[in-house]
Design a protein around this ligand. Sequence first.
Ligand code: HEM
Length: 507
Amino acid sequence: MLLPGRERCARLAAALYLDCFFFLPPGRCELSALLRFPRCLVHRLDIIKYRNPSSFPPGPWPLPFLGNVFTEIDFRNVNKLAEVYGAIFSLRVGSEKIIIVSGYKMVKEALITQIDSFVDRPNVPLFHKVFKGIGTILSNGYLWRMHRKFAVSHLRTFGDGKKSLELRIQQECVHLCNAFRAEKGPFNPMVTLNSAVSNIISCLIFGQRFDYHDEYYQQILRLDTECIQLIGSPRAQLYNVCPWLLEYLPGPHQTIFSNYKQITDFLRGEIIKHREDWDPSNPRDLIDNYLTEMEKKKSDPEAGFNIEGLVVTCLDLIEAGTETATTTLRWGLLFMMKFPEIQEKVQAEIDRVIGQSRQPCLADRVDMPYTEAVIHEMQRFGDVVPLGFPKKAVKDTKLGDYFIPKGTSITVNLSSVLHDPNEWETPDTFNPGHFLNENGQFRKRDAFLPFSAGKRACLGEQLARQELFLYFTSLLQQFTISKCPGEEPSLEGEIWFTYAPAPYQKE
Ligand code: HEM
């Protein structure tokens, strides 16, 4: 059996690990026989402690007690392991067993056919320290249902409803285009795009946008981006294996915790300001609505509507709604640089449907199938959240031919769905044709799951789609995106918590 390179390294590390602990001096046969005993004992104890039930998914060989800590759980490595072990395989990180599900067929079965089986989030120490299992993204049960319902309802009724949100994004498009225009030469658009996208979330949460030159707010965005970068690093994930030890040691996890502390301090400050002039009969934003909900749910503490819940709810939406959409737009601009003929076709459609005398609006979408196809392909090929967010089995479940016991963590490999060769004609090529029928009309695809699916699917999908369309068309209406002279940006991204393009311009 041919194992991926990292897997071979993991086995080598396992052998070294055992030999270091139970070093056998050469030529001392009686002693070596004696020392072999504890080595076997460790094996035995590990097997007994972590024995898998029958029909448990296969996986790479785990080290005694440490499990597969040397196997990096990023989507590239996970894809290689799926080639060896199949669409459903298992890993063990410390004591935590994780099932990885790949390919449209099995992911659909896990998230849609068995819609009630994997709705909970596991306790991931790196996240739990910050999100505490409250709010929306990482909570469970009744508290999660109440918070998800609250967030969905706020998104739906924000301001005067959909029209008001569209207007906010259009206003932000003007600021974004002005900021692009103010640049004198080649520039890296990451910070400007991030500011524009996060301003929509700011309007939802704080009822206001921030100037792109507001130093304090920019600092918050920088801290946040750094967290998303670091969370994807194998060194930070080591915290999940032995939090009790790493808690007291330096490392990227300490930077993550310190950054989140500063971000939550900022959120607390905003909440305090809101409470000072809060008028329940005239809610301005999510914070005001949440304060009202706190009053209503006073007699229902299980619902978790309190100040800590509010801080984490705001953090959830900043986290989930900013980095994802910014990264998708960054991929989009990169694809336009790399494929100028596609950019020209989008601009031709913009000229035909919108022209230059007015701003793009959401109603244009139905008349712009090519642009819609390009935006969908940006999301498919960009693969921004390749492994989704972790989940766990809420009951004993059969998935495919395998048995998954209640409480086991599940990672759904969305990347493998967006590149599934059984679903996409040219999975590894940027091809807007995936979303067009033979008449050039837009066509939906079942395996298009960048927002995941099922009960835990992204609740900001509609907002994200609106932002992607309005920002992307506004930029291409006014600018042509091209490479820096003498540079050839790569389509290989960087693995953060999201999968992000490398900077287009060398810093
Ligand atoms: C292009 C942009 C976006 C992408 C690709 C994206 C993708 C995702 C994915 C893959 C999940 C995990 C679903 C699962 O566990 O199965 C998720 C969850 C979530 N997203 Fe998004 N998202 C985007 C934008 C947004 C925006 C704009 C918001 C906020 C307004 C948002 C709020 C959330 C929340 C709150 C969750 C957690 C839902 C829950 O646990 O019940 N997302 N998103």
